[in-house]
Every structure is written in structure tokens, then in C-alpha cells.
Design a protein around this ligand. Structure first.
Ligand code: LRH
Length: 456
């Protein structure tokens, strides 16, 4: 994405896009990280040639938790995908043997997810071979600049960062048997990581361009780009996952927050995202993949016309995490719970939409009660904000307006932090969000009374 930013300007253009999916080999589920890097270089080349005055800087963000292990600067093997079933089954118990879950929460504030980096590392028998661990965006930054750092927002998803000091929790690193030297120095968003290595600069046609740390956890950038105004504005960053919560200044490390599995992820400018991971559009995309279809649009139209009751299922059931046949898994869930499974494709899609909306509404209510705030509206950002059926269902189920957009909140949050570091904009998150609001069309979905809805 190429961004142009000024005090009253915020424009993005997509100069390159490529698919990124899991690759299963006999040893497990992986990311094709070399292909991602090659595609990123192609994208940078396209961006450099499309930028009128050349590139001012480059910022990298990606999904959280996953990492590459290196030795002497060389990647050891192919990074695992956080949906790998065997590692997720093994990792948590190995950590909990050494540090109880409640203590982990008190120290890191992280919700329990089987694929938190700390759990993955416990199930990774190559940590002894490595002298460095880099999370995915940090790995790409290393290949671009030669500098090894850990960007702090993403580091907060490892389960090894202190929620209070925001530094590596050395006691915890030791307690789980990892060498401290694996973990590089932390940097905050806005810091220059380095400049493009000469051969890279030549390959992409961008000599001397700096790589600037942004909220390299995609959700951190997405929430910068979410035009929240005021404490009653919640967010739902809706892509593969639905990340639902509130932005807070201080940790809420209560038993209630831990039991509700609300996390404390580090945000830009020292903010904290008190959120929980709910299933996202993954259910829909895996359903499409199972059906051999690529276009969700017609299915959503058909789903909108369903007037009969559709079954509601628990989208948080762990069976839906790994890649696979979601229609069959939903049918199995329904059979086990004495619920009549959806009768056709349109009803199945509607059932997914309504079940997701119920889960988001519940998470919003929990977020409000944990912080003692009245949630007045929810900002839905990311690809899922284009799904009008789902946005309306969320408004209806949560009983608050949904403000949908921007679709590209993550890329906006990324370029805004770069632009601020370059001096093109000046101010806190409120100023950055105000710029988003002034430059992007947002769509509001008002909640409807139950009698006005269909199939609900
Ligand atoms: C969303 C996301 C989310 C993490 C998950 C691994 O892309 O970064 O915030 O929990 O991927």
C-alpha cells in the first residue's frame, strides 16, 4: 500500500496484492515466508515507482505471534503457522507445568490462546539451535535493513513481555527455559529501524529509504486507523479474527478479565487494547474454500433473503480454528447440541453471520462491564466492514450503532505512524483518527428492533 499523508490528506493506493495462506508439509502447518518476502519486494518496487517524489519510509505490519528462529542471521527452517494443531495441543501444558496460568496473566496480561508465542516455543524443539527469534514483521525488517529488533506492540503478543513495564519479562523467559539472548532489543512505533540494505535498495529502486517501526502487530495499526472518538467507542477489527474491545490506559488485571479471556495488547503511544479474540471471517472463507467458490457476494445476498430461523452455534468452539471443512464441522456441532443444522447454503451462511454477531455482542458487553464503561457504538474496521449483512446483525444483536470502515484501517494506521515520525502530521492518536474521519466515508448501521429483523 502506498500512502500519501498531510495535515488534511490521507490517501492509500494498493500497488500490489498477493495471497497468503497456510502450507501443510508432513511436519506441520507453515507460512511460506520467503514467498511473502519476495512478494513484498515486488510490492515495494511497485510502490517506489508509483510514488511521485520517491518513498519517504517503509513500515511493516503482519499478524501477530508467529516467528522465525535464526542462527548467525540465517533462518532455521520454515516458520510455523499458529493454526498448527499438534503444536497447539502440546504447547500450553508444557508452559503451565512451569508457570500457572493465573501467574502468566498477572505478569503479561495476555489472554489464553493456545498459539501465544510462549506456548509455541514450548512445543518447538529448535529453540536450542537458535541464537535469535524474530516475529514475522521484525524478520522482514531484518531482511530489508540488516537490523534485528522487536517492535513492542507485536512483542506484547508473545506472552513474554511484562504488562506493567512493557519490557521482556526476564524471569518468565528463564522460567520457561529459554535463553534471554533469543530476544532482541525492543523498539517503539515511530523509531527508525534502519535503512534499506544497498542490494535491497537497488532491487526495489529505493536507495537510502528508512524502515520505520509502526504498530507492526496488524491489530495495533488497525486500532490506530479506527476513528474512535471517546471512551464509549469500542472497536471490532474484523478480518480472519474478530478482535473486539476497548482502548484503555491502564491494565485491568482482574479475575473477571482473566476469566473472560480479555487480553492486554500493547498499542501505539503506550495504549492498551483490552480485547478478546473472537472467530472472524475465517469461518466464511474456509466455507467458501470447502465449496470451491471464490465469491462471497452472491452467497451473502442469498443469506440476506433467508427468513426462517437459523441455528446459532458457538463460533468459539476450538474445532473451528484449524483449516478445514467448516460446513461439516458446523453440522457436527449442531448434531452434538441437538440443534437442527442449516438446511442449505444460504441458511448456513446466515447461520455463520448471526452466530458471529451474537459472539461480538457478548464480547462488547463484557468489555464494557470489565472497564465500567457504557459502550455507545462500535467501529468495525478491516475487510469485514464491507459485509453489510454482518454489520447490521452486529448492530441488532449489540443494540448499539455500528460505524463501518475504513476497510484499510491497518494500512492507514501503519502509514499514519510513519507520517508522524516523518513530521508530516503532528499529534496524538486523536489527531490521527480525526484525519481518518475527515478523509474516509464511514457507513452507520443503526440497531433495529427484533420484530423488524428476519431470521434472527
Ligand atoms: C490478526 C492477528 C490477531 C492475532 C492473530 C494471530 O491478524 O494479528 O490480532 O491474535 O492474528
Amino acid at each position: 500500500m502506498l500512502g500519501e499523508v498531510g495535515p488534511s490528506r490521507l490517501a492509500l493506493s494498493a500497488v500490489a496484492r498477493f495471497a497468503n495462506g497456510p502450507v501443510r508439509t508432513p511436519d506441520g502447518l507453515h507460512w511460506d515466508v520467503l514467498d511473502l518476502y519476495r512478494q513484498s519486494l515486488d510490492g515495494l518496487r511497485a510502490a517506489a515507482s508509483a510514488a511521485p517524489g520517491g518513498l519517504a519510509s517503509i513500515g511493516i505490519d503482519s499478524w501477530a505471534v508467529d516467528y522465525g528462529l535464526l542462527r548467525d542471521g540465517r533462518l532455521l527452517g520454515t516458520p510455523f503457522h499458529y493454526r498448527d494443531e499438534a503444536r497447539n495441543a502440546a504447547g500450553p501444558a508444557l508452559v503451565h507445568e512451569r508457570v500457572p496460568a493465573a501467574e502468566l496473566y498477572a505478569r503479561t496480561g495476555l489472554q489464553f490462546l493456545p498459539f501465544n508465542t510462549i506456548h509455541q516455543l514450548a512445543a518447538d524443539d529448535w529453540t536450542d539451535l537458535a541464537d535469535r527469534l524474530l516475529l514475522v514483521p521484525d524478520l522482514v525488517a531484518f531482511w530489508l535493513t540488516g537490523r534485528q529488533v522487536a517492535e513492542r506492540t507485536n512483542a506484547s503478543t508473545t506472552g513474554l513481555l511484562s504488562v506493567t513495564s512493557r519490557e521482556w519479562d526476564e524471569g518468565l523467559i528463564e522460567a520457561v527455559g529459554l535463553p534471554r539472548a533469543l530476544f532482541p532489543d525492543l523498539v517503539d512505533p515511530g523509531t527508525t529501524i534502519g535503512t534499506l540494505l544497498p542490494p535491497v535498495a537497488e532491487a526495489v529502486g529505493a536507495p537510502g529509504v528508512p524502515v520505520v517501526a509502526v504498530g507492526s502487530h496488524d491489530t495495533a495499526s488497525a486500532v490506530v486507523g479506527a476513528p474512535l472518538d471517546g471512551p464509549g467507542a469500542a472497536y471490532l477489527s474484523l478480518g480472519t479474527w474478530g478482535l473486539v474491545g476497548l482502548e484503555v490506559d491502564t491494565p485491568v488485571l482482574t479475575d473477571a478479565a482473566r476469566e473472560a479471556n480479555f487480553t492486554h495488547e500493547g498499542g501505539v503511544d503506550g495504549t492498551i487494547r483490552l480485547l478478546t479474540n473472537v472467530m472472524g471471517t475465517w469461518l466464511l472463507s474456509e466455507t467458501l474454500r470447502t465449496w470451491g467458490r471464490s465469491d462471497l457476494g452472491p452467497l451473502l445476498e442469498a443469506a440476506a433473503d433467508v427468513t426462517a430461523e437459523v441455528p446459532l452455534f458457538d463460533v468459539q468452539d476450538p474445532r473451528f480454528v484449524p483449516p478445514g471443512d467448516m460446513p461439516a464441522r458446523i453440522a457436527a456441532w449442531c448434531a452434538e447440541h441437538d440443534v437442527v443444522a442449516p438446511v442449505d447454503d444460504a441458511s448456513l451462511v446466515r447461520s455463520i453471520v448471526e452466530s458471529l454477531a451474537v459472539a461480538y455482542a457478548a464480547a462488547l458487553a463484557t468489555a464494557g462491564s470489565l472497564v465500567g464503561r457504557d459502550v455507545r457504538q462500535v467501529h468495525v474496521v478491516g475487510g469485514g466492514s464491507q459485509n453489510a449483512l454482518l454489520c447490521q446483525a452486529i448492530a441488532d444483536r449489540a443494540g448499539v450503532p455500528v460505524v463501518a470502515g475504513p476497510v484499510e484501517a491497518t494500512a492507514l494506521g501503519n502509514v499514519l505512524v510513519q507520517a508522524r515520525a516523518a513530521g508530516a502530521v503532528d499529534g496524538g492518536l486523536d489527531v490521527l483518527r480525526d484525519l481518518v474521519r475527515r478523509t474516509h466515508d464511514l457507513r452507520t448501521f443503526a440497531p433495529r428492533a427484533r420484530s423488524a429483523r428476519m431470521g434472527a
